[in-house]
Design a binder for this molecule. Structure first.
Ligand code: CP
Ligand code: NVA
Length: 311
């Protein structure tokens, strides 16, 4: 069997995603009982962009699995500088059992995966944030009793990594995913059509909307993300004015199903994409969601390492 990578959400089939989430729930219920990386096996965790949650949850999670995390800011290394990313990945694969990487363009991660002979995991790229979605789906399971048939509305920058991941991972979990953002901030058509293909097998669906109230209407889960993703700070676009109608505040949340769950991957810009009262209110699951990064990623690593023929 060849090495399995997790570069985007649809790298896991619906059944595989379910198996990873089941394992994550089991790992959460008995946190220190699973040590598949005992030995210890080492995992490289590489950052081209900044992080808090991803960095800590992978570092802690690998240690809890019995493994040895090697967490590196790539600016301080030769990773991809003066040699190709593929060559660097080929070498790292001789040392570690998996490579986790946060970077800019998805083509950079694809180059790493092409050279690697161990599993490569996307810890956020410009295109996707699939580890976050495993945590989000675990949170939806906990709060809503399941994912299939539930409606998730994502409002804000509907063209960013989180929007793409909600579309792909949400329909993989059988959800109805609605995304809404201002003109010029729509998801890539190729991602929407891939999500529609998956939805045809799982019973989920997608809708790309302009009106935030229409998106949130009756939804079980309401999600948002920053209006300025990492790397976009100086792109010259107005990342406030067109987004105000998409702010999650109590008026917009009132359109959702009673008791709807509020998600935000964090970091949150309070007073921009989400108000304090919603972020701190009873419907907010954002801290559980952040905790679930730990359990979901432990399960993913354990699953990937047992699924392939990696060392
Ligand atoms: N949600 C998330 O990925 O957070 P960090 O950027 O802090 O890792
Ligand atoms: N869309 C955000 C997510 C941060 C976790 C970004 O890419 O910066």
């Amino acid at each position: 069997m060849s090495v399995r990578h997790f570069l985007r959400d649809d790298d896991l089939s619906p059944g595989e995603q379910e198996a990873v989430l089941d394992l994550a729930a089991a790992m959460k219920a008995d946190r220190f009982a699973f040590t598949p990386l005992a030995g210890p096996r080492s995992v490289a965790v590489l950052f081209d962009k900044q992080s808090l949650r991803t960095r800590f949850s992978f570092d802690v999670g690998i240690a809890e699995l019995g493994g040895h995390p090697i967490v590196v800011d790539t600016q301080g290394t030769h990773f991809g500088r003066g040699e190709t990313l593929g060559d660097a990945a080929r070498v790292l694969s001789r040392y570690v059992s998996a490579i986790v990487m946060r970077t800019f363009g998805d083509e950079r991660l694809a180059e790493v995966a092409a050279g690697a002979t161990v599993p490569v995991v996307n810890a956020l790229t410009d295109g996707f944030h699939p580890c976050q979605l495993l945590a989000d789906l675990l949170t939806v399971r906990e709060r809503c009793g399941g994912t299939a048939g539930r409606t998730l509305a994502y409002v804000g920058d509907a063209g960013n990594n989180m929007a793409h991941s909600y579309l792909l991972a949400g329909v993989t979990a059988g959800m109805h995913v609605r995304v809404a953002g201002p003109p010029g901030y729509d998801p890539l058509p190729s991602i929407v059509s891939r999500a529609d293909e998956i939805a045809a097998w799982t019973g989920g669906s997608t809708q790309v909307l302009r009106d935030p109230h229409e998106a949130v209407d009756g939804a079980d889960v309401v999600a948002t993300d920053t209006w300025t993703s990492m790397g976009q700070e100086k792109d010259g676009r107005d990342r406030l004015t067109p987004f105000w109608p998409y702010q999650i505040n109590k008026d917009l949340l009132a359109a959702a199903a009673p008791g709807a769950v509020v998600l935000h991957c964090l970091p949150a810009h309070r007073g921009e994409e989400i108000t304090d009262d919603v972020m701190d209110g009873p419907q907010s699951a954002v801290v559980d969601q952040a905790e679930n990064r730990l359990h979901a990623q432990k399960a993913l690593l354990a699953w990937l390492l047992s699924a392939g023929d990696a060392r």
